[in-house]
Design a binder for this molecule. Sequence first.
Ligand code: AMP
Length: 402
Amino acid sequence: MDDSRTPPDQAAAGTGSEAATASPQASQPSTASSAGNSNTDPNLNGPLPLRPGHELPFVAPSSYLRPKPTSRTMSDKMSNPLDKDQMQGLRGVREFLKVRTSYDVLPLSFRLVILDNDLLIRKSLNILIQNGIVSAPLWDSRNGTFAGLLTSTDYINVIQYYCQFPHEIDQVDQFRLSSLRDIERAIGVLPLETVSVHPMRPLYEACRRMLKTRARRIPLIDTDDETGRETVVSVITQYRILKFIAVNNEQHTMLLKKPVREIGLGTYNDLATATMNSSVLDVIHLMVKYNISAVPIVDKDNRVLNLFEAVDVIPCIKGGAYDELTATVGEALSQRAEDFAGIYTCSEEDRLDSIFETIRKSRVHRLIVVDDDSRLKGIISLSDILKYVLLYGEEEDDLQEY
Ligand code: AMP
């Protein structure tokens, strides 16, 4: 796995895998009828020839004993040590998430920027940029309540609005954060569910809510027992949660040794990509169409050159420059901050234990899966990892309570 601060063509793709690829063998239904016996079960093997002296066909007892072909159960699939370790690792992480709270994820001291819902959208953009943040909780000061989370998706919605109603540029400039829901309605996108969680509830619950609503971050909201008033405690992201697991539950993440190819982690078909010459606006449309937060930038041979993320939209519209989105991706990416962490790649032979190791050390938001030639194979987002870690192999009944 590589931090692609080195150019992609120099980045060795993947650590290789020490783990043997172990696909569980399907159990073969045994053929129990003895050789030469032509009496077979008509439901299974076709017509029975009548024996002389017998009106009715006989059914060999062995056909009753023959095991019915059944779908493989989890214990069948876990026939080899690698599978058992993987399941043990996943269960260990799930138990860990159930005994820790969202509050545990928070650092000892942190800063929280909350924006008033009455603020102009244009101004909110400057505040995010000045504070080096990409989202903020909103506060309805009239009612004293939490009013949702401002994210780069909201700015993308404003851009969509501007594209649909270009003659309303002056109005767009005067929109307040409280108008975001009206903008969603006007452009016909489903409003994002305003999901939150109490900081003292199990962390597992925050993860399940995030997966259910496809939210990449979740606000922690407490309520004062006496006044009943809400307080925004903080916001936790998928990255923070996965990092918390990576740092504090290594004894279980180190058991996750199956290659990503084998566990099907990530998306490998119908990938949305763009080139350096695509316009920023085209990439934004792709993100909206696919409901994704990043688009790999490839060359004509499908080699990965970079990644355009939803957060890259924010500097592009600084100062309300909605009409300048015709700039190319290459131009937009050249404005990235000097300390940009780079993009992360892995190969299909990499394993979750090494992905967790990378998350432990660096600020990873997704991994681009490439072959030895840096050609794009797939993309693993943090939501793919969270989903696999929480849900793989779980029975529906066990999930009901959350
Ligand atoms: P994300 O928006 O990163 O949380 O990803 C949401 C889902 O879309 C995940 O299952 C990703 O694997 C998938 N995904 C992310 N980026 C792309 C892309 N460029 N093309 C197709 N699918 C993607």
